[in-house]
Design a protein around this ligand. Structure first.
Ligand SMILES: [Zn+2]
Length: 460
């Protein structure tokens, strides 16, 4: 597939659709149109598209469909696609200790196969922009970052690759085995090289890089501090795991004499260029610090449930003004790997806080679109259907057997079963049609992933 955007004078017209724009006023249209010119949204509104349009290469009668912005995934570990279904009944620390030895045997070839599986699951569930936090770089593993970037580009998804890292192993009081970590200095050199080689800061960028040491229990304090300095010198974002479990909080108190949020603050890790995965165990003061500094959160409801980590205080975060997006997390702790279903999971899990409007369907959709865009620093480019923004759109079929009797199309998406995905546009190009990837052969991806999973297991 060409990586160039479609010519600006080529238009796609979508008409007769329900549209949830997720713009600042939450505008919705019951029978509206979207016009896409090249890779940008040219027009959106109620009623048919203007009839005088030139260069229309495709006109879609979207009767019975809902158009939303493409979903944005803010936390993932693509390589875990080939270690799904393992350690099924563990909490985080035991699950990590069980899986580190397997993960430490990956290489660029296996990561390529895993990344295509993960990216395919995201695209097929309505996700147009993903980030991937890769932090396992075994010696002799080849060009792992390059392999995942190539894998995603082939599928046509907008991407933020997070150059992750671990340098605190067991011998330094950390959780990973000694052979699974890198040297601090090597990590900083490789992270800077990744930014120089790949990071594209332009408006319609398909590839950005962020710097992402893994977690307080697998990363030295020196690396946390130096990574923050490096990211700010290079003008890229910072990401890590934070406040995921009660055990992590205990670990931080014992090792650093403070909880995770205070530790992040002490290492330069609060700020509007930072987002953290999970943030389940946050007190009022932690939430206030995130809000004051504009630090973002990747809420991962399925993974938090799978690992019995707890329920993040998303309604309190939103009230305080914390930027929050959604993440599927790695598929070793969320075997589905679908982002579309996380809208419903986020809504339902946050209602367990005990009040019915904790998260509405529309707020869940906002988390999965504009919330994610803001967390990735791309709120001016993606996340809502507005004139001038990039044409990353999902067209959901809501008139089939599973949805036709649901009164509200947004409720069909956020409370019902995940609707069939009729069309997914990334940068103005169709990457999913009638539920299937258009860019690659799905059977080939499935087979390559199964082969890679078997090969990794055999390396034990
Ligand atoms: Zn994670």
């Amino acid at each position: 597939m060409s990586t160039l955007p479609p010519p600006a004078d080529e238009r796609i017209v979508i008409e007769n659709a329900a549209i949830a724009t997720v713009d600042a006023a939450d505008n919705e249209y019951t029978r509206g149109h979207v016009v896409i010119a090249g890779n940008r949204i040219e027009s959106v509104g109620e009623g048919p598209a203007p009839q005088w349009l030139q260069g229309v290469v495709r006109r879609i009668n979207a009767e019975g469909h809902l158009v939303t912005p493409g979903l944005v995934n803010t936390h993932h570990h693509f390589y875990q696609w080939i270690t799904r279904g393992l350690a099924q009944d563990n909490i985080l620390f035991d699950w990590l200790v069980a899986l580190y030895p397997t993960w430490a045997r990956i290489d660029d070839k296996l990561v390529h196969a895993a990344a295509q599986g993960s990216a395919a699951a995201l695209l097929k569930s309505g996700c147009t922009t993903a980030s991937d936090h890769h932090y396992v770089f075994p010696q002799g593993g080849g060009d792992i970052l390059g392999a995942e970037i190539e894998a995603v580009a082939e599928l046509g998804m907008r991407f933020t690759a997070l150059r992750g890292s671990m340098d605190r192993s067991k011998k330094d009081g950390g959780l990973p085995p000694d052979h699974a970590v890198e040297k601090t200095e090597d990590i900083l050199i490789a992270s800077e090289a990744a930014v120089d080689r790949y990071h594209d800061a332009s408006f319609d960028s398909m590839l950005q890089i962020a710097i992402a040491p893994c977690s307080p229990f697998s990363v030295s304090t020196e690396l946390m501090r130096e990574a923050a300095v490096l990211a700010r010198r290079k003008g890229v974002r910072l990401h890590t795991h934070g406040s995921e479990t009660a055990e992590e909080e205990q670990f931080c108190k014992e090792l650093f004499g403070m909880g995770p949020t205070d530790y992040f603050e002490s290492t330069g890790w609060l700020g509007e260029d930072v987002w953290m995965a999970h943030c389940v165990h946050m007190n009022d003061s932690d939430i206030a610090k995130f809000a004051e500094t504009g630090t973002g959160v990747a809420h991962c409801p399925s993974s938090n449930a799978r690992l019995a980590a707890g329920i993040a205080r998303v309604p309190d975060m939103l009230r305080a003004g914390v930027p929050v997006g959604l993440g599927v997390d790695g598929t070793a702790s969320n075997e589905s790997g679908e982002l579309g279903t996380e809208l419903r999971n986020a809504l339902l899990i946050n209602r367990l806080h005990g009040y019915p409007d904790a998260l509405t369907g529309r707020k869940a959709l906002r988390l999965g679109t504009m919330g994610g865009a803001r967390v990735l620093g791309r709120q001016n480019e993606i996340g809502s259907i507005e004139v001038g923004k990039l044409a990353d759109l999902a067209l959901w079929k809501v008139d089939g057997i599973m949805h036709s009797s649901i009164a509200d199309p947004v409720a069909a998406l956020t409370l019902g079963a995940l609707p069939p995905l009729a069309l997914l546009l990334v940068n103005g190009r169709p990457v999913v049609e009638n539920g299937n990837l258009t860019t690659v052969n799905e059977d080939r991806i499935a087979k390559a992933a199964a082969d890679a999973a078997r090969e990794l297991a055999a390396r034990a």
